[in-house]
Design a binder for this molecule. Structure first.
Ligand SMILES: [Zn+2]
Length: 161
């Protein structure tokens, strides 16, 4: 899959309005992140300031920023690797038992076929570029790939528009 193509498809699949707040939490930290991200385009993620704060983003805000996260995952700049790393290991690889419904995913549980296929391709890209052929994969990566392959099957069956 060509990189530009994946970014373009992510932008189309995840096009939408940015929610006013990152989540429903009223703590000062979440308010600060809401202010930090307010009015930003998906590819304008302030990675240094946001850092691990990406795990606090509620489902709608996270979905809004997926096209920007894809850019980080396609970039080989190690300084920019953190956002993708957190996205893959802490969000995509959430421990969910095999063959659960996609709705069991706490952050990205109700994606369309096109959105789910973008997520699976991010994972496949990361696996190819971070690990050598035949190298044993971290169990988080194996779990995420198994879950998202299954979620794609389910999304196709449900055929959510
Ligand atoms: Zn909070």
């Amino acid at each position: 899959m060509h990189a530009d193509n994946l970014i373009a498809r992510a932008s189309t699949a995840f096009a939408g309005q940015q929610p006013r707040r990152i989540n429903e939490c009223n703590c000062p930290e979440c308010h600060d992140f809401s202010r930090l991200l307010a009015g930003r385009e998906p590819d304008d993620i302030p990675s240094a300031e946001l850092g691990d704060g990406i795990i606090l983003l509620g489902p709608a805000t996270l979905a809004y920023f997926v096209p920007g996260i894809v850019r980080f995952c396609l970039s080989n700049d190690p300084d920019e690797g953190d956002i993708c790393n957190t996205f893959v290991f802490s969000i995509l690889a959430q421990p969910i038992s095999k063959r659960s419904s996609p709705e069991c995913h706490p952050k990205l549980g109700e994606l369309t076929v096109a959105q789910t296929s973008v997520i699976l391709e991010i994972l496949q890209h990361v696996t190819r570029s971070w690990y050598n052929d035949g190298e044993e994969l971290p169990r988080e990566i194996s779990r995420a790939t198994a879950n998202w392959s299954w979620f794609l099957e389910r999304a196709r069956i449900c055929d959510r528009p």
